[in-house]
Design a protein around this ligand. Sequence first.
Ligand code: AMP
Length: 393
Amino acid sequence: MNLFEKYDLSNELVSSIKSLGFSKPTQIQHLSIPHIISGKDVIGESATGSGKTLAFGCGVVEEVIPKKGLQALILTPTRELAEQVKNSLKELSGQKHLRIIAIYGGVSINPQINELSYADVVVGTPGRLLDHLERSTINLSKVKLLVLDEADRMLDMGFIDDVEKIIRKCPAKRQTLFFSATLSPRIRDLAGKYMRNPVKVQARRMVDPHKLKQIYYNVPKSMKLSMLAHLLKHEKSGLVMVFCNTRKTTDFVVKTLKANRMNAVAIHGGYSQNKRSNTMHLFNDGKVGVLVCTDVASRGLDIENVSHVYNYEIPKDPKDYVHRIGRTARAGEKGKVINIICEHDHDNFRRVLSEYSFSVEAVKRPYLERLKTSGHNFPRKRRFLQRRRLRHN
Ligand code: AMP
């Protein structure tokens, strides 16, 4: 029996879920779908990859009537997540043929204005949605379902004012759903202001040590890249994500890997939307095995088969560490997290370990061949010698 049948869902929706290959609800789905379907406001505490999109997707697909104007609005923090949610909702809506569009910045606004004239469901980032509101190119008067996806991330990214402006433009009589990896006081405040007697559900955050192994190497700063390259060459991996804290380091790491004939691509917030989408395709299709990225890529994206997450730098905020490692060991698969730390990371790493009781094993550094580097981390003396050599050549 398909366990989704026990909820009060239409036969069409159950068969869409079946055709996606799901027969058993995840914990967040089990806890939230009955409330969502009964029209209640819900706050769901659950991480990326927990199946929350399908949970609120059930509400969207059951509630929205095709060709009756924009009835469901989903806010997401990033463009990538907006695209991903749009695609998941399209799959879920199956034969109902809802017109679902994604709206975000970094691309031309005119095609969006056209799409908005017929959309039933909009998934969008706050900045561009507000832009449309100011131009009166979006009409929220018929919205009956409002979803904030990755609400904590949205607030972390400074979207609070935009989000509130958008919420206030939606009709008061509506259902509101918040999904968030963490329920910070700010999220609770927002819920207090804009939700009606919300039901709170929480999916357990689990890091299963049998599925996810976490280790670290403590190396001098100048050996970090050599360590990374060594592991990329010697670890048996599927898709690999390498996280850096800044755009500059991301660019530097990818450039050096490429210069050493390793196939890698990079993604961070400084690239155009086109470049980001192309990069994600290359990586998702397995054409390039290594994605070097900032935290832009750590949240929300549903990338399958990531076997290894490397932290080339440890993030300042321990929450980001949790989001990064959530990219691997998904859907019952195994995963490995490798932290390459130097003295500079010790404070951040200590904060992660004191906030979360992960077991992260120290591993002794193997013999490393020094990698050829160039750019901002290149040791001064060697750069000077290289320049002198160049001048002499
Ligand atoms: P999320 O980002 O929280 O929406 O989670 C999306 C991931 O959960 C995708 O990889 C889906 O394929 C997976 N997923 C959603 N529902 C189920 C389910 N009932 N059983 C197994 N995997 C699921």
